[in-house]
Design a protein around this ligand. Structure first.
Ligand SMILES: NC(=O)c1ccc[n+]([C@@H]2O[C@H](COP(=O)([O-])OP(=O)(O)OC[C@H]3O[C@@H](n4cnc5c(N)ncnc54)[C@H](OP(=O)(O)O)[C@@H]3O)[C@@H](O)[C@H]2O)c1
Length: 276
């Protein structure tokens, strides 16, 4: 098993895969999933203050035998905490819950309505003070990024957005790559739903001898997405990492690419959603 790193525009190296923690509100379950993930070889965790498991993440990190430098931990700022002072206070709360002396990656969770320019100035301050190694955004369309940059001085290093074969966001990825922003794909398995039963995916699963989930995750890796599939099931946590011993050929990649015609998004539209 070989997790490779991606290098961000500021030189920070980021594991191409981590474990996602959305909707794991049971602290014991969150702790156990991370413990299992570390044993399997994951070194990156994607959480958010709105996921209500930063404490469990902090406890699992503190009690693990891994050194802090080996780990890459992301958390996110909720809409209610947008604004310069509010963002700095929220950062302190997250750091206390996570029990960390520095954070690897801090993201604005959703663009929200008016304040993300102010929030971004707070993020830049945290970055300059070396409290955070990587700052970025989630669910930002190009116009949000243009607004952000017009009010701050730094481009985001990362944009975390919904992406899976039914909604790959190829145009947004090209935009991000042109600006040297890494696109991260959330809900890479489309929440474990219909994508895993799609006939194209099932056919490739048979051809490769890999599970449908592994085929989809491998497609993401070959598309240059950073991913963090969520699972609290030990066998799936291990399965989702076991994707580095095979490659999808050009025909298989092209067949999966045709699924974008479903144009099926599962999350809200960032232009009209302001709550998280
Ligand atoms: N920035 C944002 O706005 C945003 C939004 C959504 C998500 N995210 C991040 O992205 C992460 C991943 O997205 P997600 O949690 O929405 O969905 P996901 O990773 O696409 O799918 C997770 C679901 O798939 C199931 N699953 C996992 N591995 C599987 C496998 N090998 N075979 C079959 N089913 C499998 C899981 O079940 P079990 O757990 O029961 O095994 C769970 O129900 C989140 O956890 C979060 O960290 C970010």
């Amino acid at each position: 098993m070989k997790i490779f790193n991606k290098e961000l525009a500021n030189g920070v190296k980021v594991p191409c895969i981590g474990i996602g923690m959305d909707q794991v509100t049971d602290q014991r379950q969150a702790y156990d999933a991370i413990h299992c993930a570390f044993e399997a070889g994951y070194r990156s965790i994607d959480t958010a203050s709105s996921y209500k498991n930063e404490e469990a993440v902090g406890k699992a990190v503190q009690e693990s035998a891994l050194s802090r430098e080996e780990l890459y931990i992301t958390t996110k700022l909720t809409a209610a905490d947008q604004g310069y002072d509010a963002a700095l206070r929220a950062f302190d709360r997250s750091m206390q819950a996570l029990r960390l002396s520095y954070l690897d990656c801090f993201l604005i969770h959703w663009p929200g309505k008016y304040l993300y320019g102010e929030t971004w100035r707070a993020f830049e301050r945290l970055y300059q003070e070396k409290a955070v190694r990587v700052i970025g955004v989630c669910n930002f369309n190009p116009h949000h990024i243009e607004t952000l940059v017009s009010q701050g001085s730094m481009l985001p290093l990362v944009n975390q957005v919904e992406s899976h074969p039914y909604y790959p966001q190829n145009e947004l990825q090209s935009y991000c790559e042109d600006k040297n922003i890494l696109m991260e794909a959330w809900s890479p398995l489309m929440c474990g739903g219909i994508i895993l039963k799609d006939p194209v995916i099932i056919k490739i699963s048979r051809e490769t001898g890999k599970s449908p989930a592994q085929v989809v995750l491998r497609w993401h890796i070959q598309k240059n997405h950073r991913i963090f599939p969520k699972s609290v099931t030990p066998a799936r946590i291990r399965e989702n990492l076991d994707i580095f011993d095979f490659e999808l050929n050009q025909d298989q990649m092209s067949a999966i690419e045709t699924l974008k015609d479903h144009n099926q998004k599962i999350g809200p539209n960032p232009d009209i959603f302001f709550e998280v």
